[in-house]
Design a protein around this ligand. Structure first.
Ligand code: 6CS
Length: 334
């Protein structure tokens, strides 16, 4: 009896120790504030993981661990278990991710756009292989809203961007794209943008409506111009060594949290663009907000073919295959 008690006692201690060891803290960094789109996604992901397991997810918003490039390095090194990095910054690591900067590739219709992200074979099957080569388990990609330009002067045609030093995220295809739009593209990490606009080093930049409002871009620019050329895409991944080392149950936990946060963030964005532009108008009534007509958009749209060519030159067969698959995925939802 006493031997049995001893065995049970040992087993209980063993079970307790195993349980405690399983209650891990997972670190997750992203490129925005807690109340911006990436932050809202991360909060939902954390909530799901913590509601369905003993794990804790520690969130690191923009700035707490450095710039986008820094958090990516930390995720690849396994210091972070999860990272949100937008393809705008992933171009050097995975050139094919620049496909999201071919202008007018993504649909402007929200329902079509959301369905594309849900069902795309390029996103859900092809990109995971490319991210895996860089030690990353791609969990999801999602849109963050229509990208608009902010400048000092009105923009109604590519000629109006002539001589405008325009900040872009750090990838070569965005440089091509803004060159084709007539501007002088200047790649910069996000942390330098407000100051560079304030001091006149640059005169323009682009971002989705919610970000123009939350980061107060309207304080350092006077005109917002929307030409429907893109929707900001971002990607969430896990360190691959960490993910592969998990049991099936925990991988399912992460996949379920990813899916729940994905649907949540699409819902969260309904009406967000209009609301954000309204808030900007309220904060700065003299801010000009111009939504260009189809006719005015035409010369911008005509640049798409040359940017697409540049993309294929940069990425070869693999980029071409991604682009073709994306087009076929887009056709399926249009
Ligand atoms: O323009 C940028 O660099 C930033 N824009 C958004 C919407 N999210 C993060 C990124 O760093």
């Amino acid at each position: 009896m006493s031997r049995l008690r001893a065995i049970l006692g040992t087993t209980a201690v063993g079970l307790f120790a195993a349980g405690a060891a399983n209650a891990d803290t997972w670190r997750y960094a992203f490129e925005e504030a807690l109340t911006e789109v990436q932050g809202m996604y991360a909060q939902k992901f954390k909530e799901e993981i913590e509601a369905n397991s003993d794990h804790e997810v520690q969130l690191f918003p923009f700035g707490t661990l450095g710039e986008s490039a820094d958090i990516m390095e930390q995720a690849q090194a396994g210091i972070l278990q999860f990272v949100d990095q937008s393809p705008g910054f992933t171009g050097a690591l995975i050139p094919e991710a620049q496909v999201f900067f071919v202008p007018y590739l993504l649909p402007q219709d929200e329902e079509q756009l959301f369905e594309f992200f849900r069902s795309s074979k390029a996103i859900n099957e092809m990109f995971p292989e490319l991210y895996a080569e860089q030690g990353l388990e791609l969990l999801t990609m999602f849109p963050e809203g229509e990208v608009c330009m902010t400048t000092q002067e009105p923009v109604h045609s590519p000629e109006d961007l002539n001589e405008v030093k325009f900040r872009v995220m750090t990838n070569p295809l965005l440089v091509e794209s803004y060159q084709a739009f007539g501007a002088t593209p200047t790649p910069l990490p996000w942390g330098e943008v407000y100051g560079a606009l304030q001091t006149g080093i640059i005169q323009g930049q682009e971002n989705p409506g919610f970000f123009l409002e939350s980061t107060k871009m309207y304080e350092v620019t006077d005109v917002i111009t929307c030409i429907g050329h893109n929707n900001f895409t971002t990607a969430v991944m896990a360190n691959k060594g960490f993910y592969d080392g998990l049991g099936e149950e925990e991988q399912t936990l992460i996949q379920n949290a990813t899916d729940a946060a994905f649907e949540y963030i699409l819902e969260y964005q309904q009406g967000l663009q209009e609301e954000s532009l309204d808030k900007i108008k309220e904060a700065k009534p003299e801010m000009q907000i111009n939504i260009l007509s189809e006719e005015e958009r035409q010369p911008f749209m005509e640049t798409a073919a040359s940017v697409e060519e540049a993309f294929i030159e940069m990425t070869g067969d693999s980029g071409q295959a991604i682009l073709e698959q994306m087009k076929s995925d887009l056709e399926a939802v249009q």
